[in-house]
Ligand binder design. Structure first.
Ligand code: AMP
Ligand code: TRP
Length: 337
């Protein structure tokens, strides 16, 4: 039986946090045993906002190591770096030329990031979702596991594939591109900031205390949780729109302790914050410990990491080259004689 194809990626910008893990990477690990999985470190996306050239390579390697530390197995999954596969940039260009400007201008993430950049918004930032569409469409992906925040980008990728490529350049029985579906698992899809339960945990929040990085030391995790914003009410509960911080912290406890929502809600129904926070801190430290240990081993073995990435690049290249050749030909380009 042909397994369905999965593709996803994370940018190598700043330290990966609980949101990246619970919203995305954790789900990849589950999928890799019964799907054909491709996971890339999207370094071309990382330069859509000003970046430090002295850090890009190191951050790319460290993100790849974190994928593996979180349980991505290179024997089951293709792990690679986006910029190592030229077809991403090429397909992005081809898609750019058929994507209406107003489709990208209305992307929420673009508007949010553009505000932060002030006068310094690059064309690349506007183009970010088209590059992401190229990432996905190159691999004929059936499913794209991401957090809730990426849903709009996924819809754009679907629209480009369906309306702008297949409808114009393909036929019903021979579509040029596979139209992907998002896979957004409810639990963990939106991990919120520790300092504001109404905004998502993000790498770009200037306040370090707003997020727990996967490589934070146990004492730092405990300190951040101790300082996390709460509300004056006793007892923790789900589904009270007046208490977004409670929703977030109890939700994290449910996942990180492995107890699930119902058991966590029952356990904490009468609990005060003074008792709850150390419990949550312990659950977080315990959940992250095996990832941190494995990461330290991996990052010391550069040769092995490089081998994984070279192998991943070759496998990714084979699939991506075939797709981009198909698109070139359907758009009518002169093939190399
Ligand atoms: P990024 O950090 O923007 O490169 O995001 C990488 C992946 O993590 C994407 O699938 C996001 O949807 C997911 N993600 C990022 N932040 C969060 C969050 N706060 N909650 C859940 N998922 C997230
Ligand atoms: N835009 C995604 C994010 O910030 C990262 C990304 C780039 C991605 N290309 C992708 C995710 C392809 C899934 C598939 O989270």
């Amino acid at each position: 039986m042909v397994q369905s194809r999965v593709l996803s990626g994370v940018q190598p910008t700043g330290a990966l946090h609980l949101g990246n893990w619970l919203g995305a990477i954790r789900n990849w690990v589950e999928l890799q045993h019964d799907h054909d999985t491709f996971f890339c470190v999207v370094d071309l996306h990382a330069i859509t906002v000003p970046h430090d050239p002295h850090r890009l390579a190191e951050d790319t390697l460290s993100t790849a190591a974190l994928y593996l530390a979180c349980g991505i197995d290179p024997k089951c999954s293709t792990v690679f770096v986006q910029s190592h596969v030229q077809a991403h940039a090429e397909l992005c260009w081809l898609l750019n030329c058929v994507t209406p400007l107003n489709w990208v201008e209305r992307m929420i993430q673009f508007k949010e990031k553009a505000v932060k950049q002030g006068d310094n918004v690059s064309v690349g930032l506007l183009d970010y979702p088209v590059l992401m569409a190229a990432d996905i469409l190159l691999y004929d992906a059936d499913l794209v596991p991401v957090g809730e925040d990426q849903k709009q980008h996924l819809e754009l990728a679907r629209d480009i594939a369906q309306q702008r490529i297949n409808a114009r350049f393909g036929s019903d029985d021979a579509p040029v591109l596979k139209v992907p579906k998002p896979l957004i698992l409810k639990e963990g899809a939106r991990v919120m900031s520790l300092t504001d339960g109404r905004s998502k945990m993000s790498k770009s929040d200037p306040n370090e205390g707003s997020r727990i990085a996967l490589l934070d030391a146990p004492e730092l995790i405990t300190k951040k949780i101790k300082r996390a914003k709460t509300d004056p009410q006793m007892g923790l509960e789900f589904d009270n729109p007046e208490r977004p911080e409670t929703e977030n912290l109890l939700g994290l406890y449910a996942i990180l302790s492995g107890k699930g929502r119902q058991a966590a809600a029952e356990e904490c129904a009468e609990m005060g914050w003074g008792k709850f926070k150390p419990l949550l801190a312990e659950a977080a430290v315990t959940a992250l410990e095996p990832i941190q240990t494995r990461y330290r081993e991996l990052i010391q073995d550069r040769a092995e990491l490089n081998r994984v990435l070279v192998d991943g690049r070759d496998r990714a290249n084979a699939v991506a080259e075939a797709t981009v050749a198909r698109v070139r030909s359907s758009l009518g380009f002169l093939g190399t004689p």
